[in-house]
Design a protein around this ligand. Structure first.
Ligand code: KE4
Length: 427
């Protein structure tokens, strides 16, 4: 047995499924997960001495590559001053001011410890602000594991959602309505059937969690119009896209400004950080200023703030990061298209900036139904073939790849060579 196999065997004795987050168990692609010992730049190094050029970057945070010296220095300096105080600190003020200056929709912001905490809190604030109970989310969008978001679509506008996990109650499911992504008619139908009862609409403005799916022309603008007409809070869940697709998130790129934004991943520079923010009149409802309660022992933790500030300040001051990421994304996806065309394969590649997904389907992918036409068994074989060649992809067809500026032109060529060889092996 390899060291990873031995570790996985032992992990399953003490941790459910042997992992602390389900997707890491490789169940969607088969085989056993490799256990990572260290990472630097564009590489992961596992417990058996194998190295991988990686395209997950901790599911987004490592946009500058692993263990970037800027972040490393910030954390090592911060450690000298103590680890956690549970009291207000200078860095939290600097972080809040920086986020408000970078993200167009954010006038006030509250730090939390994960994307899940951010979306749970934003939902509570939207409900408290509007006095309404229901929310609309979209199939194929993931907003963390809060009960209100673990809801499968109901069969029609009048039928409410169904719990998507044991432990989520019918009562919770009754307040969650689900629509098809990119379908404004479906949204309007739900609103008409639940007039005056909907607190918020929450979505990923570019979806990463069904594989990458882009908003079609007019979709985001339509949601903005509908929310204005109906007094509904529009929440962009930019936990993935925030600070990645532009320094101000996708809202900076598309020009549609939500009422609230949830953030995570990059914001912590690799440390556990989330945040939610939005219009001052909404955020002023949050305790201790307002009546809506939300709290956290480690929120705004000084070491995490140091890591996040180092990363966000660099992104804010270095526009060339985003032009380089666009260049890497375009070169990589064009190269993969050329490889697939050379082999006469049917595929769809959806790409925005430093995020993309290669779908093994012959049709466009604009919603979850489309995504589910993909050949997930073929994706699993492709994933293993790429891993064998030292390329670490997201272990599911329904995830996006996340690029970093640590990828060189040589890395891109190595990935494309592995892509062609792997496709030849598995088709
Ligand atoms: P966390 O609680 O995992 O920090 O964030 C939840 C979350 C919220 N919103 C969006 C748009 C997200 O993508 C996420 C988490 N993303 C997943 C990747 N599909 C994290 C990976 C995992 O679950 O292990």
């Amino acid at each position: 047995m390899t060291n990873s196999e031995q570790l996985f065997q032992k992990a399953k004795t003490f941790i459910p499924g042997g992992v602390n987050s389900p997707v890491r168990a490789f169940r969607a692609v088969g085989g056993n997960p490799v256990f990572i010992k260290s990472a630097k730049g564009a590489y992961l190094h596992d417990e058996d001495g194998n190295s991988y050029i990686e395209l997950i970057n901790s599911w987004g945070p490592m946009i500058l590559g692993h263990a970037h010296e800027l972040v490393e220095k910030a954390v090592s300096d911060a450690i000298q001053q103590g680890f956690s105080f549970g009291a207000p600190t200078r860095r939290e003020v600097e972080m809040a001011e920086l986020i408000c200056s970078m993200v167009p929709s954010v006038e006030k912001v509250r730090m939390v410890n994960s994307g899940t905490e951010a979306t749970m809190s934003a939902l509570r604030v939207a409900r408290g602000y509007t006095g309404r109970d229901k929310l609309i989310k979209f199939e194929g969008n993931y907003h963390g594991h809060g009960d209100s978001f673990l809801i499968a679509a109901g069969s029609g506008a009048m039928t409410f959602g169904e719990p998507d996990s044991p432990g989520v109650t019918k009562g919770v499911a009754n307040d969650t309505l689900t629509a098809q992504y990119n379908n404004l008619t479906a949204v309007q139908t739900l609103i008409n059937a639940n007039k005056g009862q909907i607190a918020c609409i929450i979505l990923e403005p570019v979806v990463g969690n069904m594989g990458l799916v882009k908003p079609v022309e007019g979709f985001l603008e339509g949601l903005r119009r509908i929310c204005d007409e109906e007094g509904i809070i529009l929440i962009f869940d930019e936990v993935m896209t925030g600070f990645r697709l532009a320094k101000g998130g996708f809202q900076e790129r598309c020009g549609v400004i939500p009422d609230m934004t949830t953030m995570g991943k990059i914001i912590g520079g690799g440390m556990p950080v989330g945040a939610y923010g939005g219009k001052k009149e909404i955020m002023d409802m949050v305790s201790p200023l307002g009546p809506i309660y939300q709290a956290g022992t480690l929120s705004g933790n000084p070491m995490a703030m140091a890591a996040g500030l180092a990363m966000l300040n660099h992104l804010n001051e270095t526009p060339s990061v985003y032009s380089r990421l666009e260049e890497i994304g375009t070169t990589l996806t064009n190269g993969m298209k050329a490889n697939m065309d050379k082999l006469g394969l049917k595929y769809t590649i959806n790409h925005v900036g430093s995020m993309f997904t290669l779908f093994f389907t012959d049709q466009p992918v604009n919603n979850f139904e489309d995504a589910k036409t993909s050949d997930t068994a073929l994706f699993g074989r492709y994933f293993q073939a790429m891993l064998k060649r030292g390329i670490y992809l997201a272990p599911s067809q329904y995830e996006a790849m996340f690029l970093s500026t640590a990828l060189t032109d040589e890395h891109i060529q190595m990935i494309l060579e592995a892509n062609l060889e792997s496709l030849r092996e598995v088709i």
